[in-house]
Write a protein that binds this ligand. Structure first.
Ligand code: TMP
Length: 358
């Protein structure tokens, strides 16, 4: 298990001013529509009046597909502001932290769940045993728990150290998920790689013995052994790769600054906070960071105090270079930003390696 040792209080991170809205990326919206579709087809098909629960349902981007089809659903979302958006769209949502006692309440009110889902949520919850016990309590004996999160194998392979930040308590591997949930009677029955968020894994868990285990689980476990995810030296090499990445990014920014080039950040991501502070990037290197999320705009990046500006600022007067902090949305962004490139702009990327690309 790869995890941060200093864990901030969840109530200080997930509250009424949570700054991330799932609906901000078009590609992620399409991804969640597919996720919902696969649950409907593979899990719910043929069931009478099924019930689904999503942990960390944010603004309802995934649950709206169940709502639209009249499927009984419930979102659990402790961050009030994003939950309010979901409720405004008619999606049943409670704003509480999920644990075993809340699971019991949900069962008392709605009965047990056929499917429990979580996307980019499980890795945010320090009390993993509490959530696992809650899932076990809430799930029907033949139900499934499906969650996905950034994958350790990708982080190590791509030196994407910016996956490590306050909210990402865990960077899961297939091995660690298998072990953590086995303690709660849940068996990993499938593990499916995803391209989202720079490389993620979707884990499918079910009460032990209730479902056939896909051959993908053993395949992924073998791949992890091959990659050395169970060996300390892999992480020492990862550390060296992070240091090299930092040196190269700092050199690149220094060279551009010496040439008088204007550089802006693209996407005030949580990940950027790690990069900015680890590399010692300052407002002298990056004039501002562009972000489309209103709640982030006109604020300062944590630590380095780089101003976050609305996207209109970027589009109004393109910088010479844009440091792509939202690199996990690169396809979507590069499709959108042909004007920036046509105006002579270039991207600075740092995952999997530092380079300048048109
Ligand atoms: P994420 O990497 O955690 O999904 O955060 C992406 C951030 O980047 C979020 O604050 C929204 C922002 N963003 C833009 O500013 N423009 C875009 O085109 C996209 C896709 C995201």
């Amino acid at each position: 298990m790869f995890q941060i040792v200093e864990q901030p209080d969840p109530a200080r991170m997930f509250h009424d001013q949570y700054a991330f809205y799932s609906s901000t990326s078009r590609n992620m919206q399409a991804h969640f529509e597919q996720f919902a579709g696969s649950v409907m087809n593979d899990v719910l098909a043929g069931l009478l009046n099924p019930f689904v629960v999503e942990l960390g349902s944010n603004d309802g981007t995934m649950l709206r597909h169940f709502h639209k089809r009249g499927i009984r659903h419930l979102g659990v979302e402790p961050s009030q502001n994003v939950a309010d958006v979901a409720r405004g769209n008619g999606i049943n949502t409670i704003s509480k932290f999920f644990n075993e006692s809340l699971a019991q309440e949900i069962v008392a009110d709605n009965g047990p769940a056929d499917a429990i889902m979580a996307a980019n949520v499980m890795c945010h919850i320090p009390d993993l045993p509490g959530v696992a016990a809650g899932v076990r309590r809430l799930l029907k004996p033949d139900g499934v728990f499906i969650f996905e999160d950034p994958y350790l194998g990708d982080m190590v392979a791509k030196t994407s150290y910016d996956q490590i930040y306050d909210e990402h308590v865990f960077i899961f591997s297939v091995n660690s998920v298998t072990r953590a949930f086995a303690m709660h009677g849940l068996e990993l029955v499938d593990a499916i790689q995803q391209v989202t968020h720079g490389g993620s894994m979707r884990y499918v868990l079910a009460p032990k013995g209730s479902r056939a285990v896909s051959s993908r689980v053993a395949e992924q476990l073998a791949k992890e052994r091959e990659q050395g995810l169970d060996r300390a030296e892999t992480y020492l090499r990862f550390k060296q790769n992070c240091e090299t990445s930092r040196t190269l990014l700092v050199q690149t920014l220094d060279a551009l600054s010496n040439k008088g080039k204007r550089v802006a950040g693209y996407g005030a991501t949580s990940k950027s906070t790690t990069v900015i502070n680890y590399c010692g990037i300052t407002p002298a290197d990056i004039a501002y960071i562009s972000d489309t999320t209103p709640i982030k705009q006109h604020k300062l990046s944590p630590g380095a105090h780089i101003p976050v500006k609305p996207y209109s600022e970027f589009a109004r007067d393109y910088p010479d270079y844009a440091l792509l902090f939202a690199w996990n949305h690169a396809n979507e962004i590069r499709e959108k930003e042909t004007g920036f490139i046509a105006a002579g702009g270039n991207w600075i990327v740092y995952v999997p390696e530092v380079k300048i690309v048109p």
